[in-house]
Design a protein around this ligand. Sequence first.
Ligand SMILES: NCc1[nH]cc(CCC(=O)O)c1CC(=O)O
Length: 312
Amino acid sequence: MAEPTRIVIGTRASKLALWQSHHIRDRLLGLDPSLDISLERISTRGDEVQDRPLAAIGRNSLFVAEIEDALRSGRIRIAVHSAKDLPSTLPAEFAIVAFTTRADPRDVLVSKHGTLMQLPQSARVGTSSPRRACQLKAIRPDIVCLDIRGNVDTRLAKLERGDYDAIVLAAAGLDRLGWSHVATERLEPDVMLPAVAQGILAVEARADDAAMATLCAALEDPVARACAVAERAFLAAMGAGCNAPLAGFATLDGDTLSLSALVGAPDGRHVKVTRRAPTSAAATLGVDVADALRAEGGAELLAAAIGGNVGG
Ligand SMILES: NCc1[nH]cc(CCC(=O)O)c1CC(=O)O
């Protein structure tokens, strides 16, 4: 009998990352129960630096570099990522062999006070995401955004401890970990435009690994790919990393992709545009949206945010 195909999945060690990697493992086993799949936990710089906002560490691919080293050396065969943690362009030696069906792309508010509009005056909201801070300030200028780091479970513990009146998290992460019930409000995209690729998982492999490309193609959701391609092309065209005050969110209606994107400042000022195109033009749509945002004043906002402290 032939040896079973052995696949080592590289994953970060957080609860959320492990859930995501187990999910991909289970889906692969569903395709072929004879696969021999194991997980290899890899610590990244983003995991190790816990005392500073990500935006202040000042490096792209914070959650990815060490994992790509392991892919390159053959220590792991594939890597599972939250697509929103991936830099907008991959080195040519790697490929995304699957984008999975998007989970709830929204952000959620978690607070004993209830919804965003029910928060007390000058409420302290824990978020280190310039994207979230900008959009919170846009509707509630009185809100004070405070840095918060750590995994989803750590953030919830800090909220519980009373460090904040509320925190904002990705719905996808909460839902995956079984904590949907703690969300007090799911913020609609017209209030809080999601991060590029939020809610989508990406499976990464070496670009020359045809066997993994074929196998993982079965995990792929073409709608998620079209949206991810448009959103990531937008991010790449803005020339900024995941910690710039940028949001990008695409939806598909028939064969028409609609991409909304936002660039903002810590005080809540922002510009937002929406453009449409056929799915086949997903990447061009991303570039067009970036051009439109720049033309409407986004370039100045982004330069100010990136030049200064984007951590708030
Ligand atoms: N920034 C870390 C991160 N990366 C992906 C998710 C959530 C899962 C997803 O978007 O698929 C989270 C947690 C959060 O932002 O609350």
